[in-house]
Design a protein around this ligand. Structure first.
Ligand SMILES: NC(=O)c1ccc[n+]([C@@H]2O[C@H](COP(=O)([O-])OP(=O)(O)OC[C@H]3O[C@@H](n4cnc5c(N)ncnc54)[C@H](O)[C@@H]3O)[C@@H](O)[C@H]2O)c1
Ligand SMILES: [Zn+2]
Ligand SMILES: [Zn+2]
Length: 386
């Protein structure tokens, strides 16, 4: 692939800039370069902070700022989106919602951050800020929540994600990264981390001594093991891959490991779990998981397969069991999760890659051939040359 500059022109205020983007279109990644006229975005009273190196002639407005994107994780949702598996994708698409960087400029009304701060942006960059969900720090459940990429921003433009070297977001949707948290291995916490931390807390599966199952040992699953262990919870990993057992027990600190295809193991573990966080990205049977729960146990789905799952009702009724779902987490809780991770030294296990490896990385994510998250080294591999 030729050298490319990946620019996120979310709220750029320059007149004419060159926009290079790395996009997935018609089954392949393409490098585009076009000269674009960027109008000032109406800010509606929002203060904006940007992430990313400045494109030429892109000077920030008074409520805007800039910083440099350094790393972006590759979430399986990026893969669902580039393949339009959820039927909502609009091309061209610039994915990425596990973004970390360093602030290089802030607008005059930005209060939360200053130049040099290490910051992160996760799955959302906007919400209505006035509904019940927003008032309760649950912007992630706001009906007007704006996803970090592939969504319509307030002014109707499409949001672009963190496979970029330049990004702008409202400061409300930016979190602080503590100094002791490594930026590369910390990036996946912005989506994978909060997606598993939030349901552990909300569904009350965070009490020391509880026994929780984590299904699917991928990007989400492996950090779920680490968070649950740090909360004092006993963790059983449930996986289709017996070859992950040793790592799960020795490296990730899980207490036990079940191979989901092994009927004897699953039978022996029936009725032992207070709750399960299910991170599996593809269609899979729920009955064996419901069977693992104690009476009143909770199965929480966070994986988002493209097709519906079959829900067995009788085992739910007879054990008063709950099946629920959870979507990332609010900004306040995301900051709490990041601070918790920094305190307990929780980071993702990552493979750092250059941007031009992203095609191969996507193929490997599909095959679950990564331990356990790819993180794009945006800062080093993108050398702006416009
Ligand atoms: N709810 C949310 O807010 C939220 C946030 C982020 C990601 N997600 C979704 O969570 C899912 C997991 O994301 P990830 O980044 O951890 O993905 P990943 O690819 O890193 O991990 C998925 C895991 O599921 C396993 N798996 C795949 N197919 C399976 C099957 N048929 N049976 C059993 N196990 C199987 C894989 O081996 C892998 O370990 C994706 O669907 C993603 O879109 C949801
Ligand atoms: Zn994600
Ligand atoms: Zn709202």
């Amino acid at each position: 692939m030729q050298a490319c500059k990946i620019v996120f022109v979310f709220a750029a205020s320059g007149k004419q800039i060159l926009v290079y983007s790395f996009t997935y279109y018609r089954e392949k990644w393409q490098t585009n370069c076009q000269r674009k006229s960027i109008q000032n975005r109406p800010l509606d009273g929002l203060q904006e902070t940007s992430l990313g190196s400045s494109p030429p002639s892109n000077s920030p407005g008074e409520q805007q700022g800039k910083s440099k994107v350094l790393y972006c994780g590759i979430c399986h949702s990026d893969l669902h989106m580039v393949k339009n598996e959820w039927g909502v994708t609009q091309y061209p698409l610039i994915p990425g919602h596990e973004i970390v960087g360093v602030v290089t400029e802030v607008g005059s009304k930005v209060e939360k951050f200053k130049v040099g701060d290490k910051v992160g942006v996760g799955c959302m960059v906007g919400s209505c800020r006035s509904c019940d969900s927003c008032d309760n720090n649950l912007e992630n459940y706001c009906s007007k929540m704006i996803l970090t990429y592939g969504a319509k921003y307030y002014d109707g433009t499409v949001t672009y994600g963190g496979y970029s070297d330049n990004m702008v977001a409202d400061e409300h949707f930016i979190v602080r990264i503590p100094n002791n948290l490594p930026l590369d291995a910390g990036a996946p916490l912005l989506c994978a981390g909060i997606t598993v931390y939030s349901p552990l807390r909300y569904f009350g599966l965070d009490k020391p001594g509880m026994h929780v199952g984590i299904v699917g040992l991928g990007g989400l699953g492996h950090v779920a093991v680490k968070f649950a262990r740090a909360m004092g919870v006993k963790v059983t990993v449930i996986s289709t891959s017996p070859n992950k057992k040793q790592e799960a027990l020795e490296n990730l600190g899980a207490d036990s490991f079940l191979v989901s295809r092994d009927q004897d193991q699953m039978q022996a573990a029936m009725g032992t779990l207070d709750g399960i966080i299910d991170t599996v990205s593809a269609v899979h049977p729920l009955l064996p998981l419901v069977a693992l729960l104690k009476s009143h146990g909770k199965l929480v789905l966070v994986g988002a397969p493209e097709k519906p799952l079959e829900l067995p009702v009788f085992p739910l009724i007879t054990g008063r069991k709950t099946v629920g779902g959870s979507c990332v987490g609010g900004i306040k809780e995301t900051q709490e999760m990041i601070d918790f991770a920094a305190k307990h030294n929780i980071t993702a296990d990552i493979e750092v890659i250059p941007m031009d490896y992203v095609n191969t990385a996507m193929e490997r994510v599909l095959k679950a051939d990564v331990r356990y998250r790819f993180v794009i080294d945006v800062g080093k591999t993108l050398k702006p040359d416009v």
